[in-house]
Design a protein around this ligand. Structure first.
Ligand code: SF4
Length: 372
């Protein structure tokens, strides 16, 4: 069995650590690129969500490299994610692509189904080894989040952004290659030590909260490298969704204490949106409130075009904006989005946040803006 799975930011490193330590054979798709998008768009229904199209492109590229089994997560709730696997399976079959699909439904749907699928994948591996592998992968998830948090903090500050990006890539590669927890901490410490010594600008930097659909927040290809663009515009990004928090909430039932837990966001959202609307719609609203409480200068919501949960959240954001006096910008993205348009809207929003800060927050410049 040659397993593959779709990309979502640095998730591939965490999953690779888990599966290889269980002795499974992997064939990873190349990083998501224009070609991935072209393949996915060519064979997907026109109005499928952007992540669906990119996932499909990932599978087709992995198949070219020899993968024969796809591992993906299932989903429940009032959005299209729960149908991804079934529809993608049909598309691949129509294309004559012979790949098996193993769908891991979330534990809240049924532990038994999940454990059966895991048993099918890992064969006669002991449960103790499975737990050890999950622990190892979890350490990598925490390490990656720590390094990314530092990157977001330093991006607007350092005088040599290219050198910072290079150090970040090196740290990510070292975490990926780390054979044990000691090597993981060494990679993180080395990144902290060398990057903090880089020449930096002083001053108070604009801070913007990034909220929205998880795939679009975490996958730089899907969000047109939004975080890097904002960093280069001198803005510190406060991301609302982190890989470790997502794993903790969905796999460990929120048992661990992790920064950025989604349940906290649900609580903050409740005065505005008190029911589950699918995807991360409720967390988007809660994330926007959290950003306002942390005194951010603005909130940017990102979502795939036609994403229903984010459309619901978008309709609520003007109330958050009004109550907390914080401007919000919504960007709906897909394969048709133009880089120049995104850059222009970001620059305009950054100008607005800067003007608002100069006038004192809560002035006449508050409001909600949308971009398609
Ligand atoms: S959350 Fe949005 S993008 Fe993701 S599957 Fe649901 S509708 Fe599509």
């Amino acid at each position: 069995m040659k397993l593959t799975y779709p990309h979502m930011g640095n998730l591939y490193i965490v999953v690779r650590a888990l599966l290889t330590s269980l002795g499974l054979d992997l064939v990873l798709p190349p990083p998501t690129s224009r070609r991935t998008a072209e393949l996915g768009v060519r064979y997907s229904p026109e109005f499928a969500c952007f992540p669906f199209k990119l996932n499909l492109g990932n599978y087709l590229e992995a198949e070219e490299l020899g993968a024969d089994t796809i591992l993906m997560a299932g989903g429940v709730g009032p959005c299209r994610f729960g149908y991804y696997a079934q529809v993608q399976r049909e598309i691949l079959r129509d294309l004559g692509v012979d790949m098996e699909m193993v769908v891991l439904e979330p534990p809240d749907v049924g532990y038994r189904e999940l454990t059966d699928k895991v048993r099918y994948l890992v064969g006669d591996c002991s449960w103790w080894r499975v737990v050890k592998s999950i622990r190892f992968a979890w350490q990598k998830a925490l390490a990656l989040d720590n390094v990314e948090r530092e990157l977001l903090y330093l991006r607007p500050r350092v005088l040599e952004p290219n050198s910072l990006e290079k150090r970040y890539r090196t740290a990510v590669e070292e975490i990926d290659a780390a054979p044990d927890s000691r090597a993981i901490s060494r990679a993180v410490q080395e990144f902290f030590k060398t990057s903090r010594r880089m020449p930096q600008r002083q001053g108070r930097f604009l801070r913007v909260g990034l909220v929205g659909e998880i795939f679009t927040v975490l996958e730089p290809f899907a969000n047109y490298d939004l975080e890097r663009r904002l960093g280069r515009l001198g803005v510190q990004v406060e991301r609302s969704i982190w890989l470790s928090a997502w794993i903790n909430d969905h796999l460990f039932g929120g048992l661990l204490r992790v920064k950025g837990g989604l349940k906290h966001a649900d609580r903050l959202a409740s005065p505005y949106l008190n029911s589950f609307v699918g995807g991360h719609g409720r967390e988007t609203v809660g994330g926007a409130v959290a950003c306002a409480l942390q005194d951010c200068d603005g909130v940017i919501q990102v979502a795939p075009l036609t994403c229903m949960p984010e459309i619901v959240a978008h309709s609520v954001l003007p109330s958050v904006s009004r109550d907390y006096g914080i401007p919000t910008l919504t960007l709906y993205l897909d394969e048709q989005s133009g880089e120049a348009g995104i850059q222009t809207r970001l620059e305009a929003f950054v100008d607005l946040m800067a003007a608002r800060r100069r006038k004192g927050k809560g002035g006449m410049l508050d409001g909600s803006f949308s971009g398609y």
